[in-house]
Ligand binder design. Structure first.
Ligand code: CP
Length: 360
């Protein structure tokens, strides 16, 4: 595995191998050790689960950790546009930032949410694209404008853990939220469930469709894997679901326009998952959410604290899935640490006699 941007880029057999390894690690298998290698974690956006689970995975794998935050007091503001005249707020270009970090670590993981101003810009996923282009080491997407593949990989493992049938019914339901949230999680959820071969329903109000290319890809993956993908505004689509997966997301029709978005969702507060919703699903159905979740806004306490909720198991699976992912990425790297290779290259090209140089 050479980097990880979008789950749908991995063949199903590779995902199944990673999921099996994640569940073996959960059951107590020992992680491989990669002493002397280093993992970089770069967060331009907040996180609890992703941050904690990658840190813990690094410890289990014997990795050195280089962790950096964006924003005030963190790394320099990073420019992503080619040819930019950098006389604004950003002090460093991604060309240098990515290339320098790539000299210090063997694998680099980056989280960068959409700016939310321009749909065209966010669809290009400029920060992840820049790091993938210039880091010179495998880059893992810890949630970008477009995708949250680590969540999707863990969710596939959670579905296997819960013994949800491969062709079971998963309803991804929109829920009300005071803000227009990004689409990375719903995009990744719908494509993951489709690739797993499930009967996928996107339950969402009018005006809150996911991007057409995401739905097209999900339908193609479903067709290849014996599943299906439909959309519905009707609560009856929850009937018989094995899994109800809740998530809020913003309207693409009002992207970057907060007042139009607020107006579009003003009447949608009843889109909150309650026990009445869950009673439509099959007995023993599971409730999932990637977290963080707003109680009694997105989902009622009665569901989140009830027997259907598996959100804590779901979050735990992040650790095992990412440990399996890092094992796969690191196992495919050439011998020697990146830092050692970089230092060796520097000595070879710049300093013909490093021993003498050190003695000076
Ligand atoms: N689900 C998830 O990615 O959680 P965090 O945003 O807390 O990392």
């Amino acid at each position: 595995v050479n980097g990880f941007y979008h789950l749908g880029e991995l063949p199903s057999r590779e995902i199944e191998r990673l999921v099996a390894r994640a569940l073996a690690l959960r059951d107590g298998a020992r992680a491989q050790r990669f002493e002397g290698r280093a993992l970089g974690l770069l967060f331009f956006s907040p996180s609890l689960r992703t941050q904690a689970s990658f840190q813990r995975a690094a410890g289990l794998l014997g990795l050195d950790l280089v962790q950096l935050q964006g924003g005030a007091g963190g790394v320099w503001g990073i420019e992503t546009e080619d040819g930019a005249v950098m006389d604004g707020a950003n002090a460093e270009h991604v060309r240098e930032a990515a290339a320098v970090l790539g000299r210090f670590v063997d694998v680099l993981a980056v989280r960068a949410f959409p700016r939310g101003a321009s749909l065209a810009e966010d669809r290009r996923d400029p920060m992840l694209a820049g790091f993938r282009r210039f880091a010179g080491v495998p880059v893992i997407n810890m949630e970008s404008s477009r995708w949250h593949p680590c969540q999707a990989l863990a969710d596939w493992a959670t579905l296997d853990l819960l013994r949800v049938p491969k062709q079971g019914k998963l309803v991804l339901t929109w829920a009300w939220h005071p803000k227009a949230l990004p689409q990375a999680v719903p995009n990744s959820t719908v494509t993951m469930a489709a690739q797993r071969g499930m009967e996928v329903v996107v339950h969402r109000p009018s005006g809150f469709a996911l991007a057409q290319d995401v739905m097209d890809e999900a339908r193609a993956l479903a067709a290849q894997n014996g599943g299906s993908v439909v959309e519905s505004e009707d609560q009856a689509c929850l009937d018989g679901a094995h899994v109800v997966y809740a998530k809020s997301w913003g309207s693409l029709e009002h992207y970057g326009d907060a007042s139009a978005e607020a107006e579009a969702r003003a009447s949608l507060r009843p889109w909150c998952v309650t026990n009445d919703w869950m009673r439509r699903a099959r007995p023993g159905a599971h409730f999932l959410h990637c977290l963080p979740v707003r109680r009694n806004v997105v989902v009622a306490d009665e569901v989140l604290d009830g027997p259907a909720s598996r959100v804590i198991d779901q979050a735990e699976t992040r650790l095992h899935a990412q440990t399996a992912l890092l094992e796969a990425v690191l196992s495919d790297l050439p011998a020697g640490t990146n830092a050692a290779r970089a230092a060796g290259a520097a000595r070879t090209s710049l300093d013909p006699n490093p021993v003498l140089e050190l003695k000076r």
